[in-house]
Design a protein around this ligand. Structure first.
Ligand SMILES: NC(=O)c1ccc[n+]([C@@H]2O[C@H](COP(=O)([O-])OP(=O)(O)OC[C@H]3O[C@@H](n4cnc5c(N)ncnc54)[C@H](O)[C@@H]3O)[C@@H](O)[C@H]2O)c1
Length: 319
């Protein structure tokens, strides 16, 4: 199979993730077409990507010339059958539904040139299963961006059982050139990499609240001001090696006996969902959202990530 050369891409989906993914590719030098089922939907997606580009420029993360070039590489289209044969990479970011993705990938597999890479942004679905109706599953993989995709550095590249390791490596190189921090996930397992870690933590956080060990507010404070503060620079294994594995083992083994370890979500989660306490969207979850503003919380998150990215950029340019 020829080595993929990436100069044109299509991104399917104009919801929360698609526009930021297209923008990432455009900033990396690719012509990026945002595909939707309607022309109006595609234009909405393009407008979202342009607004994100503007925010990157306003915050000093992209200079004016690079922003103008990236804007010129973004396009919108509603014709999937005409667009897919023209591109070197498709990233699908439509509904999280296996039937939908299997059908779409089978269709794209038939339309695309043999060397075109077909990727899904799926958060949870097996890419092996998504590719199961494709004649060329070796060129199908997951590129799991994190939300918001124009800001978050990580992209998990998940190889399905039949994905070519060389193709996964080419996509890794491409995403690094786009300014992202890609990692390769060698096995197609639930939760990929980041969500396995995140949900191991969330599971215990819910258990701590359910057991009355601490309040949800104090769990969040402990995460934000304790171990969470050093995670961006210290990682997990750097920390473990720095502390010493003998002490880590002692603590890990002692605590392991008391951690939540059932092969299902804690009952408290089932109870909250059954009561209709779904979080900010229903006004109540672990917090009372009638007195707390979710948009303000999200804006604070974005500001923090932007500041972090600016500090990284300044460090790399010596500014
Ligand atoms: N939202 C997140 O935080 C997040 C993070 C990482 C990955 N993902 C994954 O990215 C994908 C998209 O998530 P999202 O949050 O952007 O979803 P979304 O619901 O915001 O957007 C989905 C898009 O798909 C379009 N769509 C719906 N039916 C379609 C069809 N039949 N054909 C073509 N397009 C159709 C919708 O119009 C919409 O533009 C999912 O696979 C999701 O698991 C989401």
């Amino acid at each position: 199979m020829p080595e993929p050369q990436f100069s044109a891409a299509a991104v399917i989906g104009t919801g929360m993730m698609g526009p930021g993914i297209a923008l990432t590719l455009a900033l990396g030098g690719l012509r990026a077409t945002i595909l939707s089922r309607t022309g109006e939907g595609a234009r909405t997606g393009l407008n979202k990507a342009c607004a994100q580009l503007h925010a990157l420029k306003e915050n000093g993360l992209v200079d004016a010339a690079a922003a103008e070039e990236a804007a010129g590489r973004l396009a919108a289209a509603a014709e999937l059958d005409a667009t897919v044969p023209e591109v070197d990479l498709v990233i699908e970011s439509g509904p999280e539904n296996m039937e939908f993705k299997q059908g779409l990938f089978a269709r794209m597999d038939a339309l695309a040139r043999p060397e075109t890479v077909l990727a899904s942004n799926t958060s949870s679905l097996s890419i092996t299963a998504v590719a199961s109706r494709c004649a060329r599953p070796e060129r199908v993989l997951t590129t799991h961006f994190w939300n918001p995709p124009h800001l978050m550095p990580l992209v998990e590249i998940v190889r399905g059982e039949k994905t070519s390791p060389e193709i996964a490596q080419s996509v890794h190189g491409l995403l690094a050139r786009c300014g992202k921090t890609p990692v390769i996930v060698r096995k197609d397992r639930p939760g990929q990499l980041g969500n396995r870690l995140q949900h191991a933590l969330w599971r215990e956080a819910v258990n701590i609240v359910a057991e009355g060990i601490a309040s949800a507010e104090d769990v969040d404070l402990a995460a934000k001001t304790g171990f969470g503060l050093r995670l961006p620079v210290y990682g997990i294994f750097e920390h473990a090696d720095a502390v010493g594995l003998d002490m880590c083992l002692y603590i890990m083994d002692y605590i392991a006996r008391d951690l939540y370890n059932q092969p299902k979500a804690p009952d408290l989660m089932f109870d909250l969902v059954a009561r209709g306490d779904l979080g900010a969207k229903t006004g109540k979850g672990f917090y009372d959202w009638s007195v707390k503003d979710v948009e303000a919380v999200k804006a604070r998150r974005d500001r923090f990530v932007i500041e972090f990215l600016r500090s990284q950029k300044n460090r790399s340019t010596g500014a």
